[in-house]
Write a protein that binds this ligand. Sequence first.
Ligand SMILES: [Zn+2]
Ligand SMILES: [Zn+2]
Length: 180
Amino acid sequence: MENKIYLVPVGEIEEGMLEALEDHLEKTFQCQVERGEDLGLPEEAYNPQRDQYFSSFIMEGLRQSLKAAKPHKILAISDVDLYVEGLNFVFGEAELGGHFCIISLARLRQGFYGFPEDKALFLERAKKEAVHELSHTFRLRHCPDSFCVMHFSNSLSDTDRKRASFCSRCQEQLKKSRVR
Ligand SMILES: [Zn+2]
Ligand SMILES: [Zn+2]
């Protein structure tokens, strides 16, 4: 039974963002979305040379502390810049067909690039990243349709081009994977 999504802040996340995500995920995945307790950022995940946090390390911590929450889907949200081995940064990371995924809000803000903040755009980007990573846990892979939320985002222009929803093929696949 994979009928619940837990939204788990890792470090402080603004309330408005969490509420907007809850609402969007509930509609998109048609299931209950619950808020988990803020787990706080594990200091050991911080890499001072890169001034970033090691995403896979945070995911492992989630796995340890939230074992009991299986078999639900758990989306961690952090506001720090994340990386994985071999990449400069990641917008997020997910277990394909698993339970855990994480997104970072850090690079979704216009302010990160020296532009004036744009709250609506920030929210829209966060919704897309959240749906994208969660869908990986529902076994969805990357989609060649550049407007589909499952299209891989190499940069924010990819994220801004795509919609916060699925193409018909991915929508169909999500449905199939939900009834298994
Ligand atoms: Zn992806
Ligand atoms: Zn698609």
